[in-house]
Design a protein around this ligand. Sequence first.
Ligand code: HEM
Length: 631
Amino acid sequence: MSLTCCTPIQAARPPLPVQSLGALRSSFADLSSFKVHKAQASRRRVVARRASTAVHASEALNLVKNVALFFTPGALLTAYAWFVLGKGNLADGLSRLLTVLSQGYLNPNTGGENIPVTEGELSDLAGDQPLFVNLFNFFIECGGVYKLAFGPKCFIVVSDPVVFRHILRENAFNYDKGVLAEILEPIMGKGLIPADLETWKPRRRAIQPAFHMAYINSMVQMFNDCAMKTSTKLERLTADPSKTAVVDMEKEFYNLALDIIGVGVFNYDFDSVNSESPIIDAVYGLLKECEHRSTFYLPYWNLPLANVVVPRQRKFSADIKFVNDELDVLINKARANRTVDDIEALQNRNYDEVSDPSLLRFLLDMRGEDATNLQLRDDLMTMLIAGHETTAAVLTWALFGFAMHPEIQEAVVSEIDEILGDRKPTYDDLAALENTRLLCAESLRLYPQPPVLIRRALEDDVLPGGLNGDPNGYPIDKGTDLFLSVWNLHRSPYLWDNAEEFDLGRFKRPNTNEDFNGAWAGYDPEKMGQLYPNEYTSDFAYVPFGGGPRKCIGDQFAFLEATSALAVLLRRYHFELATTPEEVGRAFGASIHTENGLKMKITRREGTQPAGFSGGVSTAAAAPGCPAAAA
Ligand code: HEM
């Protein structure tokens, strides 16, 4: 790799462990065509240039295909972009021009004159790797806080736990979701994730109590029943012992997670594990569009007529209308059966007897909560999207990590056999499955979803310098856009031993780095009172669910869901990778989920019960929408 460090601050940084370097070399081998120039200017600057003109040409072609379609005086503007705006290739010129036109400003001032700068063109980043993977390289080169000045926009990239803590918790209300809110607003409206602070505060206060203990317990029963539905499907697929069943488990996890979130949020059974339907198509269309918008460089969908002329935007308009109409029907139906009560009374209901335990029901029944249909729809849509792909990704990567490590398989499966057998797990059982939980936790460390959190400063602020940064901190201006790279944080060689390694025991060991001079408290497993290691146990070095007031509201829901699904499936089946690990790894690099799926050879484990639970632990009725598990 030709990237080198040059500044005094970087030279003072501890050398990378050999293992990390090896892994970095292989992970980022294709970045070796980057060339770094060292500049001794007062402002440190790293200029990266991509050498391959072939890549430039194909990127340019793709971008032109995407934008020229609707950009009416295309030829004129292309020429303007390329020749008048100057440097880079055609794609770079178009990127600058379109962003200027659609967002109305050029190179906003981000303050932070003393922040190391990584500067280049859009095409420098648009290689085979997604943006967040490239950002790791620049982190190693420039430090825990640096400016990314590629194309027309400038972001500050954060990879340091002390700075994460400042932005997410200590000065959290100085930041909103910025670019992310702009991207998600057409889909989630004013739902919790994109909401401005004024909208967010009362909605968070209203929704938080809905995730109470009785609800979570009732959800655990539903998770088990839905996971059993997947197990029953695998039983069918493995029925013929003369044939090896190869199943795309990523797809199965996406279906399972969709069924679960539908029931948990609005008591709607998509039944996507077993069937296909227009509503499932439309929801998947929206999820794909969310991914597309959050990873595409140019917000072309904001341009006039984009939703008429661009086929994928036409499909998006149709999908969102379809899903919104369905949600309206569900909300109106639930509204018609409203039985209003105080929060405490609602939380103390006997959930074994409640036919509709969903969040929607709780929000409608809560006294004093008179959210409009529009606000409820935004909240439901947000949770549908926030709770689906994220959980499916954890399951996919946990199974990948499991399949890759025989010693992990042994530790996880023997624990499930011992604690559960074929019994239906309760909350306490899932809490006792330490190895299965740590399997999920380690997957979330190496493959965090989302890999980057986005913020915009509402007022001027001073960011802490972090490890080896400026001891006086970094002043930033109001309006500054920030990428908080969870990916970098979770793989940081300054925070984790053998950071690139999938290690089930990692979160059982304490960990610290004295170079922080006490500014970072390190990781302490003794603090782990909850189901999973989090921002408190790691002092903001491990934040798969974010941290501070805007932390994920569904963290327990998701963690229990993933643990339950793995417990049910790993007990009953052997899973063996049907493709090479490199293929899976490469696919991950190309997308936020695996591109070719996670193909697994599946065989039944003898002596287990694949199509039902045994042993009478749970007395809970089967969750609505999911089949009653055999007792
Ligand atoms: C493994 C699964 C999940 C992961 C990794 C995850 C991750 C996250 C992260 C990192 C955030 C913070 C975003 C930020 O600070 O910008 C967040 C927020 C959020 N998540 Fe999750 N999430 C998961 C599952 C869920 C589920 C199941 C639900 C709902 C049932 C949910 C609902 C939300 C909501 C509503 C927010 C916004 C919270 C707020 O701003 O107040 N998430 N999630």
